[in-house]
Design a binder for this molecule. Structure first.
Ligand SMILES: NC(=O)c1ccc[n+]([C@@H]2O[C@H](COP(=O)([O-])OP(=O)(O)OC[C@H]3O[C@@H](n4cnc5c(N)ncnc54)[C@H](O)[C@@H]3O)[C@@H](O)[C@H]2O)c1
Length: 478
């Protein structure tokens, strides 16, 4: 009796012994393997597209030889992420540092999955050696370190974790709102220099004050809940109409927000439209004696205009966590050669400067480990690309235990006219239960679940897709 829940990934064409691998894996899929019991079963479940009613238990699509999946983790990826990947049975090698390019090229040549943080550079010249690589996990926010286009064009999906640190940023904002209102930064500096300066003038409670949040996304909305709990009135401005949490209220323009708020915090993405979003005109709209906090991106605030607003007394204080130019590493780098106004900024009263630490907490690192590792497992086992940064986002509900002779076909291809007709000619010989396709730029991703296919049909299906001129990568999971 074939096991119902086993699944496998047919290796891609550039595998050294493709025909042998294919034969071995196809035949072994009907061997004596036990049904896989994934520790991550909960996230494999998708909404039932059949609607209400009792649904058969979910079939865990999983590479048949999980030990064949090789994972290289660099730069001390959090243990939470390592554990999730090891629990899948993958071969995981975890290194504490990044690797020099020659060693990286050697290591990357046979791994299926690589995880990294911000230091490892996955350029096209490195990635071209990654013959088996199907997915990259950036265990961080940014993805600049990866050549995303080259990866997509070679069928390598990239994931990151943009939102795992939202709470950490929101909490820092709360700390800074109080610190600015009480001039804690200046008192702290003075006392470190031996100066006792007990003052109450210009120091305030935050209760009853108005917080204006610009950008009501992951960070902004978290912050609003915390601020209301401290008795602040919260208003927000966002380009999208959003329902506010608690009793917060959306205002219709940035100027309106600036005119009302005692504290303004910025949580917008770095976009051409958000460049210098707070400049001379906007500072002129702000209440005299108000405060500004920027932990979004350095390009969002015109810093010379901020310095002027501070010197003119419009701002009673400011906190900055991000800067137009930031140093590449830790050390004594915060000088005028980094940004021409650095010394003027450092000299301002009641201005808190932090080195881009908004999201830097142990909890955020742990959450990043979980989020990215789950995305990698879902991609390896199920082929779903939800949250991918360089591929179209495609997902299908899971196969069930009642569907033992089904396969999931994934066909990553160049987005050229006529390709879907050719693919559907191949798939059309079988019963396609469900299918989804989407494109992003030049690359398209097709996922289809096909029923009642036998071993030789799977081989033919795979080979026919591989032979199409548009093919970037074919995967068959069952
Ligand atoms: N300092 C740090 O360490 C740190 C950590 C995490 C995030 N961030 C940064 O914080 C910012 C917010 O992050 P997030 O996770 O909340 O992002 P998000 O995408 O969840 O939310 C951004 C919000 O800004 C809104 N928006 C976009 N353009 C706008 C505009 N022109 N005017 C008003 N609203 C606009 C969007 O509609 C969205 O609601 C990002 O720039 C992110 O890079 C910094």
């Amino acid at each position: 009796m074939p096991p119902a829940s086993t699944a496998q990934d047919i290796p891609q064409r550039n595998s050294n012994s493709h025909a042998d691998d294919l034969a071995r894996i196809v035949s072994s899929s009907f061997g004596a393997q036990e049904a896989g019991t994934s520790p991550t079963a909960s996230f494999h479940s998708y909404p039932n597209s059949y609607g209400a009613g009792q649904r058969p238990s979910t079939k865990q699509l999983k590479p048949f030889h999980t030990k064949d999946i090789k994972v290289l983790l660099l730069e001390n990826v959090n243990l939470t992420g390592q554990a999730i990947l090891r629990d899948q049975g993958y071969q995981v090698e975890a290194l504490k540092t990044s690797l020099p390019e020659d060693q990286l090229i050697e290591k990357i040549s046979d791994v299926h999955v690589i995880g990294l943080r911000s230091k490892t550079q996955l350029t096209a010249s490195v990635l071209k050696h990654a013959k088996n690589l199907i997915v990259i996990g950036c265990f961080c926010i940014g993805t600049n370190q990866v050549d995303l286009k080259y990866a997509a064009e070679n069928g390598i999906c990239v994931f990151n974790s943009p939102f795992s640190n939202s709470r950490s940023v929101a909490e820092l904002m709360i700390g800074e709102i109080i610190a600015l209102a009480r001039q804690i930064g200046d008192r702290n500096n003075e006392l470190h220099r031996g100066v006792w300066n007990k003052v109450s003038n210009g120091c305030w409670e935050v209760r009853g004050k108005t917080l204006g949040i610009v950008g009501y996304g992951h960070v902004g909305s978290q912050l609003s809940v915390l601020a209301e709990a401290m008795g602040m009135k919260v208003i927000y401005y966002d380009v999208v109409n959003l329902m506010g949490l608690g009793t917060t209220a959306q205002v219709q323009s940035l100027d309106e927000l600036l005119q009302q708020a005692d504290f303004v915090t910025l949580h917008v993405p770095e976009l051409p439209e958000t460049m210098d979003m707070l400049s001379t005109h906007q500072f002129a709209q702000m209440k005299k004696g108000s405060y500004l906090i920027n932990a979004s991106r350095g390009s969002v605030v015109d810093i010379p205009a901020l310095i002027k607003a501070s010197q003119d007394g419009i701002l009673a204080g400011a906190a900055l966590d991000v800067y137009p130019n930031e140093p590449g590493g830790n050390g004594e780098h915060f000088h005028n050669d980094l940004n021409s106004w650095t010394q003027e900024l450092r000299d301002l009263k009641n201005v808190i400067l932090t080195p881009h630490i908004g999201g830097s907490t142990e909890e955020a690192q742990s959450a990043i480990g979980v989020e990215v590792a789950h995305a990698l497992v879902k991609y390896v086992n199920l082929g779903t690309t939800s949250g991918a940064v360089n591929m179209p986002e495609v997902t299908l509900r899971s196969l069930t235990m009642d569907e033992p002779n089904h396969v999931r076909v994934i066909y990553i291809h160049r987005n050229v006219p006529g390709v879907l007709r050719k693919v559907n000619e191949i798939l059309g010989d079988h019963n396609v239960d469900k299918q989804m396709t989407d494109s992003r730029g030049d690359v398209a991703y097709l996922m289809a679940d096909i029923s009642n296919v036998n071993t030789s049909e799977i081989k033919d299906l795979y080979q026919s897709l591989e032979d199409l001129g548009s093919r970037i990568r074919t995967r068959v999971l069952y």
